[in-house]
Design a protein around this ligand. Structure first.
Ligand code: HEC
Length: 178
């Protein structure tokens, strides 16, 4: 093989390698969003009933460890007190003179927590957590206000059964469109 052909085959191999290792977590530009949403990889929305939650499990104790490594730098050592939003506390304040919206005081469904963390947190590395890690982080945050007990294992079956304190605080503005 001539030196030029060797060089060309090396370049081809390199290009092939780069294509195979393209990061498939980032939305391919130019593909219509409605086509992407048909693919499981992009169809990430988790509704209140928990349909489409992935298989996995995690406890608050496991979540605490992950939180201290991957979340505490922005949210504070226990989910409060740093630059990003406090994630728990203030339950019951929504009707007070000083209402505070945290995940635990405001969000009506625990399944939204899974959806949100999986698709967007840590904010500098979205979609980097495994399903087990996300279940564990949900358990950790929900346990902070005793919404679930410390020994509860969250998984695709138990997470939708969690009742959030503000579950009935939202009203349907357009009942006809239900
Ligand atoms: C580099 C900083 C950073 C890190 C690390 C980070 N977050 Fe966040 N987080 C943010 C910011 C900023 C927001 C607010 C985003 C917005 O309002 O659009 C946020 C919002 C949230 C919210 C929504 C809060 C609300 O009330 O709306 C949750 C839940 C959350 N983060 C969980 C986590 C978890 C769990 C981790 C660790 C896996 C994590 N975050 C790591 C910066 C961070």
């Amino acid at each position: 093989m001539s030196t030029v052909s060797k060089l060309l085959s090396h370049i081809l191999l390199l290009l092939l390698f780069m294509t195979c290792h393209a990061d498939d977590h980032y939305q391919p530009l130019g593909t219509p969003a409605n086509q992407l949403s048909q693919q499981a990889q992009w169809n990430l929305s988790i509704s209140p009933d928990g349909k489409d939650l992935p298989t996995g499990k995690g406890t608050a104790a496991q979540g605490a460890k992950i939180f201290s490594v991957k979340c505490a730098s922005c949210h504070g050592p226990e989910g409060i007190g740093a630059s990003a939003d406090p994630l728990h506390g203030e339950v019951g304040t929504l009707t007070s003179d000083y209402p505070e919206k945290t995940v635990n005081s405001y969000w009506p469904y625990a399944t939204t927590l899974f959806d949100y963390i999986r698709r967007s947190m840590p904010i500098n590395a979205p979609f980097s957590l495994t399903a087990d890690e996300v279940y564990a982080l949900c358990a950790y945050i929900l346990n902070q206000d005793d919404i679930i007990a410390a020994d509860i294992e969250l998984n695709e079956d138990s997470l939708p059964q969690v009742t959030m304190p503000n579950r009935n605080g939202f009203i349907v503005i357009y009942p006809d469109k239900k």
